[in-house]
Design a binder for this molecule. Sequence first.
Ligand code: ADP
Length: 356
Amino acid sequence: MGAISLRRVEKTYGHGPRAVKVIHGVDAEIADGEFIVIVGPSGCGKSTLLRMVAGLEEISGGEIVIGGRVVNGLEPAERDIAMVFQNYALYPHMSVYDNMAYGLKIKKVPVDEIRRRVDKAAKILELGQLLQRTPRQLSGGQRQRVAMGRAIVREPQVFLFDEPLSNLDAKLRVQTRLEIQKLHAELGITSLFVTHDQVEAMTLAQRMIVMNAGLMEQIGAPEQVYLRPATTFVASFIGSPPMNLLRGRGDGRRFVCDGSDALPLPVTAPRGGELILGVRPEHVEPGQDTGWPLHVEVVEMLGAERLVHGRLAGQEFTWRIDATLPAPHAGQTVSLAVTPEHLHWFDAAGGQRVEP
Ligand code: ADP
């Protein structure tokens, strides 16, 4: 029963001439049990959206429905949600057990029931041996697990995560990410997870919401967002290094960029005005002499692969190659080939995807 509907949700901070609208009408239908990641750069409104679902921020317009109930006017405690924050805010003087049990004690849940829920959460999170310790005696990763335990024992309809991994070091972040995946597989509770990290978004999400400047640019499964980005913003935000975006005009089977030779195309370009042609660095192959000429400027070795940076049709372009292939060197011009399924077209004015 943990489905969530966001209907034209808006947020304006401040009043009168000082009013600033930061969420511009977000619509999304989230199914019961789904794991949704809200991703976008700093300041795009992710936390505001999550906090509106939690009831920590008022909604300026639209409607939020959780489990069939409109929650706009409900207090956080009445929404049947549990939140995990970036700073876990554990009570320092309480044991792990008491930290997890505290919220239930306040709600006057019977002692036996509290013990059952805490033991269950401790088992899932492998905290069984640590229940008598205080937060000071725990590592950062263990503290984050206690914070998650505190959310689990409430047995809510919805989990809300606000950048819960940001304070962990790189290795622990990967480990905790896997734990969250296992947790979701086991409990199946609807989850909204906010992050600015596209790798976290790609790995955790069943579907992701990509936000930019208070607008939802795209909602979809990670594969969908990666393979068919809806806008140039999504194309350059998801994927690392970002998608190459070349500006020019279509002319049959050629792409004409200002001040350079036209690039040959394996398909006919969409008709119309100024276009952006997108190609991911990993979707380019070594080509024939008649391919796209990349003037190599810098080659970076990353271990398993190399990034070849340079200029193509007078514009910046990056090619990602397997490190076992012979590396081009700076100053060289290499010929590249592309296949039709790896070309993305966008309208240059609005940045929207265009189907050829
Ligand atoms: P994100 O979580 O994506 O980094 P936020 O949701 O925190 O973004 O913020 C979205 C926008 O709203 C930002 O431009 C931020 O400056 C603004 N904002 C956030 N909180 C407030 C507030 N209490 N008053 C005014 N503006 C705010």
